[in-house]
Design a protein around this ligand. Structure first.
Ligand code: ADP
Ligand code: MG
Length: 718
């Protein structure tokens, strides 16, 4: 009998129908990718059981054709009568269609460019079709475009055999996404036979936790999530809210929450090397440095940061603030406090352009002080780099702004007391750990403009405390945003011309998609040439992209700052942090290719001065309904928190924050956005276990498991 630990490559030794060596091998390989197993031989039955159905169908009562309604999604069982391929546009596009019947009425199903389907659907085949039905009033019957389908094999005992019980019809059935080339029907069969012969699945969390939260046992949950009971409300399953789903989601969050709780516990037990105080003299020095009055939100955040810094535990704080909310000055004040106490500080940022700009701005802010600020990026000449390394090591530099170059081997800090990381979403947990390792167990402040709900932030960023700047500096007018199609291009150019005539400047941004980076680069370059030559010959344009040499980038950027260039054609290298208050127009090409948070970042490059600013989102290709809905949000709000939340809902945290980067284990069932309430509950339970039940053998076993499994990241990440 297989157990949950049985390797999938050995699954064919257990006499399961339809699982031969080839299938076993395929399953092992596909599941290894999903479960992030380096070797397919490590894939287990347990991994496979966490391959969740994407939806469920109640086939105990399929709709009949007579019951179909216009514009409603439904599944029906029909028999194919006649099918064929129809060429369009001189054969460049081919359509496969068939007419089918359920004995009472008839329907038409069709697919574009999938002519192999002619071999799938034989005349007389029984087929289940699932899709959006539309009434063809002309012909008088219902049609469905690109439906999901499943061919029922008549001669197979699995359909309605009294011995095995029905698997594919006459019951609630799971529908799976194709796994490699294994389709839903075969998967369903595999799961069915596997679960029938599988030994009882052992429980993994303590019985009193299960009791407290009225959870389903693990065995029942993993079985029912694949084959819901006959009386279970199928909507709950399709909304991922069934008792079975809930139990599995809770468990995933509980493990994560335990890991975070432990990590936090370890950290608060540390003491830091730096000793930091604020006295009257220092307070006065910090005030004198301020170029403007801080907003209430900035003051509040700074208060929290100072409290951390003057305690004897290392600070580990996330500063969230919308684009333009003024995070930089907060960071500079924190750095000044460390410097006044005799420590070195570093500011690490994701791009060279941003490093150069921060360096420039910070030097301006520090002009009245005796501090030395330096810049360290990967592209300094070898000699400059060596000199900078020396000035860092000797302690001559009090504040170093840099890119990843800051955590290269050759860099040795002198009494690093505070490390600030800007635009945290571009860095991973490992870089944070690395820069921390370089200092005196220093304070760490990470900043992000991709704001996310607080409970999520705590989870995603693990062990960070969170401060929020939820107020913009005074005198900002919200950027007015418009989604437009290509037909408006001339008008948009005319508008930009007007703005330039009024003394303003503009950005034109092109996306870079990694796979076709070269192509998109050419687009940006060609577009720049075209705009300069044909559209704005009377003005000077600049081009900025990631492949340029740093000196060139710097030159273009500073020319733009001085308004010697009126328009900057750029790739997304300007996404983070670029600050030119005189720029009032942001034109984004191919806006449909960007995520909302990224668009919000880009939009944040304008609206930095007093003048009214504009963001125009050009959606190039025929916009899908989804894309249009998505972009509409940009027109409706400039609130980064709302945008981030929508983005998270639409794309999921993995996409928005980069699951790998954030150091977060990939969830198999849970979804951080959808299941926030469950996350809350699991976190409270974990806190309770760690605080009050720490010495229970059950809790001890959980702690042992969390510390051992690399996916929780306790072993190597700080
Ligand atoms: P972000 O949070 O996006 O990093 P910045 O720190 O770059 O924002 O600040 C955006 C702009 O707002 C900068 O030009 C900065 O000088 C200005 N600024 C920040 N705080 C204030 C304030 N309290 N009053 C006026 N201007 C401010
Ligand atoms: Mg910034």
């Amino acid at each position: 009998m297989p157990t949950i630990n049985t390797p999938l490559v050995e699954l064919h030794h257990h006499g399961l129908p339809r699982v031969g060596p080839t299938t076993a091998k395929k399953l092992a390989a596909e599941i290894a990718v999903i479960a992030a197993r380096p070797d397919p031989r490590e894939s287990t039955v347990e991994d496979l059981l966490h391959y969740m159905p994407m939806r469920y169908e109640d086939r105990s009562r399929l709709a009949r054709i007579a019951e179909l309604q216009d514009g409603v999604t439904a599944s029906i069982e029909v028999q194919v009568r006649i099918g064929g391929v129809i060429p369009f546009k001189g054969g460049r596009i081919k359509l496969y269609e068939f007419i089918a019947t359920d004995g009472e009425g008839q329907v038409r199903a069709y697919w574009w460019n999938q002519i192999y389907l002619a071999r799938v659907f034989h005349r007389g085949a029984r087929v289940i079709l699932y899709g959006l039905w539309k009434k063809n009033h002309h012909k008088g019957y219902f049609e469905v475009e690109n439906p999901e389908y499943e061919v029922l094999l008549d001669d197979e005992e699995e359909n309605e055999s009294p011995e095995t019980g029905a698997i594919h019809t006459s019951r609630r059935v799971p529908i799976y996404r194709k796994l490699g080339d294994i389709r839903t029907r075969q998967l369903r069969s595999v799961f069915h036979h596997l679960l029938k012969s599988l030994e009882e699945i052992p429980e993994s969390i303590p019985s009193d936790v299960i009791r407290r939260h009225a959870l389903l046992g693990r065995d029942a949950a993993l079985r029912r999530v694949h084959f819901p009971a006959d009386d279970a409300p199928i909507e709950h399953y399709n909304e991922v809210k069934s008792a079975a789903h809930h139990r599995l989601i809770f468990e995933e969050f509980l493990w994560l929450a335990m890991a975070i709780g432990l990590r936090r516990g370890e950290r608060t037990a540390e003491t830091k090397g730096a000793r930091i105080v604020i006295d009257e003299r220092i307070d006065e020095a910090l005030r004198a440095m301020l170029p403007f009055e801080l907003t209430g939100a900035q003051r509040r955040a700074l208060g929290e940061i100072f409290a951390d810094m003057t305690s004897d535990r290392p600070m580990n704080r996330l500063l969230q603030g919308d684009v333009g909310s003024g995070k930089t000055i907060v960071a500079v004040q924190a750095m000044a406090l460390a410097i006044e106490n005799g420590y070195q500080t570093a500011l690490m940022v994701p791009t060279e352009i941003l490093a150069e700009q921060h360096h420039r701005n910070i030097r301006r802010i520090l002009a009245g002080t005796a501090y030395n600020a330096g810049l360290l990026t990967g592209s300094l000449r070898a000699k400059e780099k060596r000199e900078t390394h020396e000035r860092i090591a000797s302690g001559e530099l009090n504040l170093i702004v840099g890119t990843h170059a800051l955590i290269q081997e050759a860099v040795e800090f002198d009494r690093l007391g505070l490390a600030v990381i800007d635009e945290q979403h571009r860095f991973g947990v490992l870089q944070r750990a690395e820069i921390r390792r370089r200092g005196l167990n220093p304070d760490v402040l990470v900043m992000t403009a991709t704001p996310i709900p607080r409970s999520l932030a705590m989870t995603v960023y693990g062990d960070l405390d969170v401060s929020v700047i939820d107020e913009l500096p005074p005198g900002r007018t919200p950027v007015s945003t418009h989604v437009r199609g290509d037909d408006r291009r001339e008008k948009i150019y005319e508008f930009i011309r007007e703005q330039i005539r009024a003394g303003r400047q503009a950005y034109v941004v092109y996306p870079i998609i990694e796979e076709s980076e070269k192509l998109d680069l050419r687009n940006a370059t060609e577009m720049y040439e075209h705009l300069q030559r044909d559209v704005f010959p009377e003005y000077r344009l600049g081009l900025l992209h990631g492949r340029m040499k740093p000196a060139e980038k710097e030159e273009v950027m500073s020319a733009f700052v001085r308004n010697e260039l009126q328009t900057l054609v750029a790739t997304t290298v300007i996404e983070v942090g670029v600050d030119v208050p005189n720029a009032t127009v942001m034109l984004i090409e191919h806006a449909e290719r960007f995520g909302l948070s990224q668009l919000h970042q880009l939009r944040g490059r304008v609206g930095r001065g007093a003048a009214e600013s504009y963001c125009i989102l050009l959606a190039q290709y025929e916009q899908t309904k989804d894309a249009r809905e998505r972009l509409k949000i940009m027109e409706e709000t400039t609130d980064g928190f709302r945008i981030a939340e929508r983005d998270l809902e639409l794309r999921g945290p993995g996409e928005v924050m980069g699951t790998r980067q954030s150091g977060l284990p990939a969830f198999r069932v849970a979804n951080l956005v959808r299941d926030q309430r469950v996350l809350e509950t699991a976190r409270r339970e974990a806190d309770y276990l760690l605080a009050k039940r720490r010495d229970d053998p059950d809790t001890a076993a959980m702690i042992e498991r969390v510390s051992r499994e690399p996916r929780f990241g306790l072993a190597d990440v700080g």
